[in-house]
Design a binder for this molecule. Structure first.
Ligand code: PRP
Length: 219
């Protein structure tokens, strides 16, 4: 494909995007435009390297990448699993480390052990469903929430929650605990399946540079 084609990145808004841009700077990819906090622009361009960046809500990143509106995306593994889009997951960026867990009051442990039909609140209904139905073979009722999921067991909406645990302080402050661990999470780079073929050289070069930078940071 022509060298004039822009490679487009969709970055999940917030901490992940900031960390991603820091890592990109380390390999010589900068985007000065993006640092202007007052700007209302949505798309940022590095003309020299023929790169474009935009910020999107985390769950929308795999959508942009699947449809090819972005060649590459950076988003949490939680979102990759929940959205289950047809994209290639190519790199673990190592930051944004946390865990997807089943949490609740200590008393809910018994309900889990006895495979009772419990209520599970989560921002991640697909992950919760896959875990309980396919891995544990336990029938449960899943209730979708959009945030502050820890409220579920506190106000009697659900018996347990499936949520992200980072430091564990939200759980602790609310008298809840990790009951079961589902999987570890961190930021991932995803690639559109057609872009992977058409822009193989540029993408492989980028991946190699990122891998080298990540290794250097670990030493
Ligand atoms: C996330 C997650 C937990 C919390 C975990 O929520 O859903 O509530 O962070 O972090 P901790 O273990 O370090 O306390 P977020 O702040 O993203 O907001 P939300 O509850 O509205 O989803």
């Amino acid at each position: 494909m022509s060298k004039d084609r822009y490679l487009t990145f969709a970055l999940g808004k917030g901490r992940l995007a900031k960390k991603t841009l820091e890592l990109f700077e380390q390999i010589g990819i900068t985007c000065e435009e993006m640092k202007d906090k007052d700007s209302r622009k949505l798309i940022f361009v590095n003309e020299e390297l023929k790169l474009r960046f935009f910020l999107a809500k985390g769950p929308d990143v795999p959508t942009y990448v699947e449809y090819g509106a972005a060649d590459i995306g950076v988003v949490g593994k939680d979102t990759v699993l929940e959205e289950n889009r047809r994209v290639y997951e190519v790199l673990d960026l190592g930051f944004g480390k946390c865990r997807m867990c089943v949490c609740g009051p200590e008393s809910a442990k018994e309900l889990l052990q006895h495979h009772e039909r419990i209520r599970v609140a989560s921002k991640y209904p697909n992950i919760a469903k896959d875990y309980f139905y396919n891995k544990k073979h336990q029938t449960v009722d899943i209730i979708k929430l959009n945030g502050s999921v820890e409220l579920g067991p506190l106000v009697g909406l659900s018996d347990v929650i499936v949520d992200i645990v980072e430091t564990g302080s939200t759980l602790k402050e609310n008298g809840l605990t990790v009951l079961e661990e589902i999987c570890p999470l961190s930021a991932r780079m995803i690639v559109n399946q057609v872009s992977m073929q058409m822009e193989q050289e540029r993408i492989m070069h980028l991946l190699n540079s990122l891998r080298a930078a990540l290794q250097e940071n670990n030493n």
